[in-house]
Design a protein around this ligand. Structure first.
Ligand code: ATP
Ligand code: MG
Length: 260
């Protein structure tokens, strides 16, 4: 199944209001993501990245502005959005296999083919022999990989990933970057990745967006050079152009954090 997915964020702002305080998390975010584009978001802790993903997913209603998916408000659009939350929310009473197929079940898409896909992905993540275990028997990094499989198997047309590799050791992270990159490129998925890792943002994306400190505004947009986009993330990380862009973004992020 091939679905066109273009995402437009229009003047998005969000203020959390509690009895004690009003906190403006993001302010006036304007971004367009074209079909098949992979965009990463970098920014200091607390600048509103998770808030932004929650708004895009439709879980949170912004104070002002619009999220348009293929020209239609995200809440009226029945497009299938995959959202991998910053904390993994696996169901503790279900096995790993049941956890990764629960979305498919709900959607009525559990077939021998999708079951096989789920098992293959689990295998590729190095967790094949864990399928009958429960989440509490797995490490944090393993649970994060299970959450990733759970999202990938439902084959959403838009994927939102909130620091999906943060609990992984470096080796595993590099492997999974390649795996996710290949999976998404092959299927021309539109994706939005939040990360703290500048290198990951450059190696995986078409575009890197740098947000300012809270309230998160767009500080700068960096298109990733074509020669890097053609490479797998692991190879991109070895390229001289990668190092150059890394330095530029790193300095910019340092300045933002110094202003806090
Ligand atoms: N439910 C909420 N109620 C009130 N304030 C909130 C709520 N959720 C987040 N905030 C505040 O909004 C701001 C942005 O939070 P958010 O979680 O979006 O940041 P983030 O960029 O994802 O941070 P991190 O990089 O640490 O994950 C923070 O100041 C946070 O304290
Ligand atoms: Mg966050």
């Amino acid at each position: 199944m091939h679905t066109m997915t273009q995402l437009v964020l229009k003047n998005l702002s969000h203020t959390y209001v509690t009895k004690q305080a009003a906190t403006t998390a993001i302010e006036n975010i304007n971004v367009t993501l074209h079909e098949g584009e992979f965009l990463s978001i970098l920014g200091p802790s607390g600048c509103g990245k998770t808030t932004l993903l929650s708004i895009i997913s439709g879980l949170l209603t912004p104070t002002s502005g619009d999220v348009l998916l293929n020209g239609k408000n995200v809440k009226e659009n029945n497009a299938h959005i995959g959202y991998m939350l910053q904390q993994d929310y696996l169901f503790p009473w279900l096995t790993i296999f049941e956890n990764i197929t629960v979305g498919l079940s709900i959607m009525g898409k559990l077939t021998p083919e999708t079951k096989q896909l789920a098992l293959n992905l689990l295998e590729q993540m190095g967790l094949g022999e864990k399928k009958l275990h429960y989440p509490s028997q797995l490490s944090g990094g393993m649970r994060q990989r299970v959450a990733l499989v759970r999202m990938l198997v439902t084959q959403p047309s838009l994927m939102l990933l909130d620091e999906p590799f943060s609990a992984l050791d470096y080796q595993t992270k590099l492997k999974l970057e390649n795996l996710v990159f290949k999976t998404l490129k092959l299927e021309q998925k539109t994706a939005l990745l939040v990360t703290h890792d500048i290198g990951e943002a450059i190696a995986m994306s078409d575009t890197v967006v740098l947000l300012s400190a809270r309230p998160g505004r767009i500080h700068q947009i960096f298109p990733v050079p074509r020669e890097l986009k053609a490479l797998l993330p692991f190879e991109a990380r070895q390229h001289p152009v990668y190092t150059e862009l890394f330095q530029i973004i790193w300095k910019e992020l340092e300045q933002i954090e110094a202003l806090e």
